[in-house]
Ligand binder design. Sequence first.
Ligand SMILES: [Mg+2]
Length: 112
Amino acid sequence: MEAEEREGKEVMDMIKLEEILRHYSPEAQIVKSIEELAELQAELARLLIKQGDVKKITSEIADVLIMVNQLTIILDITPEDLENWIKFKIDRQLERIREQEQAGADCGWRKP
Ligand SMILES: [Mg+2]
């Protein structure tokens, strides 16, 4: 999908989310967000005990992304602010990894 087409689709999805938000209260959608996060958490826990199902996880990720996008509307979080936080946190994590590798530290979660 071309960037322009993707951007157009994202705008359309946000318009649909705004329609959903005109129906439900912000409080209801915050509660729904908590529920969806818990459902993804449960599916991920099943994955760790080898009972995970990628289709179910994909469905739960979709639910969480839908709710997260609604939260950005409810809380008036701009895409730019969110992108800045994402960039900052990814860069910070990469910096931590580089520091750990330079120090020869093993966090216990590295790939063998
Ligand atoms: Mg769900």
